[in-house]
Design a protein around this ligand. Structure first.
Ligand code: NAP
Length: 287
């Protein structure tokens, strides 16, 4: 990789920045298209967040991804936010344009694109059940609501969280039915659903329990686990066993990255190249 006085810098702001796959994915794409860009990690402590964001235009940084724990917190420092970021109240991508910070959220659209490309699944008029009502669930549920799903059912250990996300969606996006349910109401919703999404971290650790009673799964479901490491969670194994279609979270990571790539460079993302980089990088992290 050539670095010179013309190299444009992008990166990732978060803390701590652990095993991120984004530098590998973006740098490989820059290299492939012969773009003089470089993606770097920027671990930023909370007390430095405002200063770090202010420094982006000063350092002529083109843009950054934003990850935990700052996706919501950066909002107050931005000059402009996209409709998705406003609706989601979270930002995963910042573009520096004319010294102004513009916030985007590509997670929801990235998720929807991964459904269409990875499983040829069009979410329009479909019924969706989402387990977990945290940050990822917010992006995914809003992405799906904007895409015209018929119904979204949310469940979270903390019922209030599911309830408040449901009412946020119902208030802001018309024509979608949204409900929050408790454990006892879940069976009926899953039976009627076309797609079940795990948006909890349950499944990342080998001894994690399943996020749902596997007896509720059925072969007509598409089961999507947002987790990508491990690539096959216990939930996906159970779903596969009963003949349901499955997807893991690598597609969401890929397509949110592809959308971000275009925001920063104005170029179409080389999807295959980025997918290969993700796969290879993931392999090095697993081994
Ligand atoms: P989060 O903010 O912690 O949200 C998870 C939510 O699920 C929390 O409200 C949590 O409640 C709840 N929960 C935990 N166990 C549950 C259970 N058994 N039943 C119902 N609800 C439960 O986490 P996040 O940032 O949204 O991330 C969720 C998952 O998505 C993680 O595995 C993350 O790696 C993945 N993710 C993937 C991508 C991708 O690109 N593929 C992007 C973002 C996130 P408590 O807070 O009370 O525990």
């Amino acid at each position: 990789m050539k670095i010179d006085g013309e190299t444009k810098v992008v990166g990732l702001i978060g803390y701590p920045i652990g095993h991120t796959l984004s530098p590998a994915m973006h740098n490989r794409a820059f290299e492939y298209l012969d773009l003089n860009y470089l993606y770097l990690p920027f671990p930023v402590k909370e007390s430095n967040l405002k200063e770090a964001l202010r420094a982006l235009p000063a350092l002529s940084v083109v843009g950054v991804n934003v990850t935990l724990p700052y996706k919501e917190r950066v909002l107050e420092y931005l000059d402009e936010v996209s409709e998705e970021a406003e609706l989601t109240q979270a930002v995963n991508t910042i573009l520096v344009k004319d010294s102004r910070l513009i916030g985007y959220n590509t997670d929801g659209k990235g998720f929807v694109t991964s459904l269409k490309k990875g499983a040829e699944f069009n979410p329009r008029d479909k019924k969706v059940v989402i387990i977990g009502a945290g940050g990822a669930s917010r992006a995914v549920s809003i992405g799906l609501a904007k895409e015209g799903v018929e119904k979204i059912t949310l469940i979270d250990i903390v019922f209030n969280k599911a309830q408040s996300l449901a009412s946020h969606i119902a208030k802001n996006i018309s024509k979608v039915e949204v409900a929050a349910v408790k454990e006892e109401g879940l069976g009926k919703e899953v039976r009627e659903a076309d797609i079940l999404i795990n948006a909890t971290p349950l499944g990342m650790k080998p001894d994690d329990s399943l996020p749902i009673d596997p007896k509720l799964l059925h072969p007509n479901l598409l089961v999507y686990d947002l987790i990508y490491n491990p690539s096959k969670t216990k939930l996906l194994s159970e779903a596969e066993r009963i003949g349901a279609k499955t997807l893991n979270g690598i597609g969401m990571l890929l397509y949110q990255g592809a959308l971000t790539f275009t925001i920063w460079t104005g170029r179409e993302a080389p999807i295959e190249v980025m997918a290969r980089a993700l796969k290879e990088e993931l392999k090095t992290q697993v081994s």
